[in-house]
Design a protein around this ligand. Structure first.
Ligand SMILES: Cc1cc2nc3c(=O)[nH]c(=O)nc-3n(C[C@H](O)[C@H](O)[C@H](O)COP(=O)(O)O)c2cc1C
Length: 207
């Protein structure tokens, strides 16, 4: 499957076969692939809670307007935006130094730049957490689709309830739920709805 084919054939699946399980190894592989998503300064502002047990999925369903696909899916990822992703800066600098992007002498400057950009700027922390998280989510859905899995992104949940139920610290915000599983063999998936035309959306060179 080419990337183009994956983009064209991915759908948000309304029903999943509840009998299908996903192996932790396969899910871990998809999570690892998704970690290759780009992020500002490579600070990787994402984390996730992987719900595979019926108990965890049931609790999540109760915080997501009782959407049935949350319990039908093989797993549901609670994608979190890490508001303190700037604290990854020193680790990220180590990787840059190891790979020859800059020398040890620039470590402190790199870390200071990250801390300066985000510390005491909650709006920027949140923007970056959602921006990076969104790129992670799309990468995950395309990777899963290419591997033969169906997915469904879900923004219909109560963030405070998800945070309380799953003991998520205040430094991490639920960005999106992503259900992964397989559609039932007899599922009637309606055709994809049209998109707004590029002609209306594209502003070339300036607004
Ligand atoms: C941020 C976001 C939130 C969404 N929330 C829900 C949801 O709570 N429930 C649901 O059934 N679908 C949800 N969807 C799926 C959209 O309805 C779906 O992506 C859109 O209709 C386009 O369909 P397609 O993905 O099959 O092309 C969500 C999608 C996104 C990207």
């Amino acid at each position: 499957m080419t990337v183009r084919e994956a983009i064209e054939s991915r759908r948000s699946i309304p029903f999943f076969d509840p009998k299908i399980e996903i192996a932790q190894k396969e899910l871990t592989d998809l999570l690892e692939l998704s970690n290759l998503a780009p992020s500002s300064m490579n600070l990787q502002p994402w984390e996730y809670i992987v719900c595979t047990s019926p108990e965890a999925k049931q609790k999540l369903r109760e915080a997501s307007y009782n959407q049935a696909k949350v319990t039908e899916a093989s797993a549901v990822i609670i994608l979190l935006g890490n508001l303190e992703h700037h604290l990854h800066a020193d680790e990220v600098a180590s990787s840059q130094i190891k790979n020859g992007y800059f020398g040890e002498d620039r470590r402190v400057g790199f870390v200071d730049m990250a801390l300066g950009a985000y510390t005491a700027n909650p709006q920027k922390q949140r923007d970056e957490a959602f921006r990076g998280g969104s790129l992670w989510a799309m990468t995950f859905m395309l990777a899963a689709h290419e591997a033969g899995w169906d997915t469904a992104p879900l923004g219909g949940f109560v963030p405070e309830q998800v945070s309380t139920t799953f003991n998520i610290p205040e430094t991490h915000l639920p960005v999106l739920l992503i259900a992964i599983g397989k559609r039932p063999s007899d599922a009637n998936i309606l055709p994809r709805n049209e998109r707004i035309s590029t002609k209306r959306l594209a502003h070339w060179e300036t607004w």
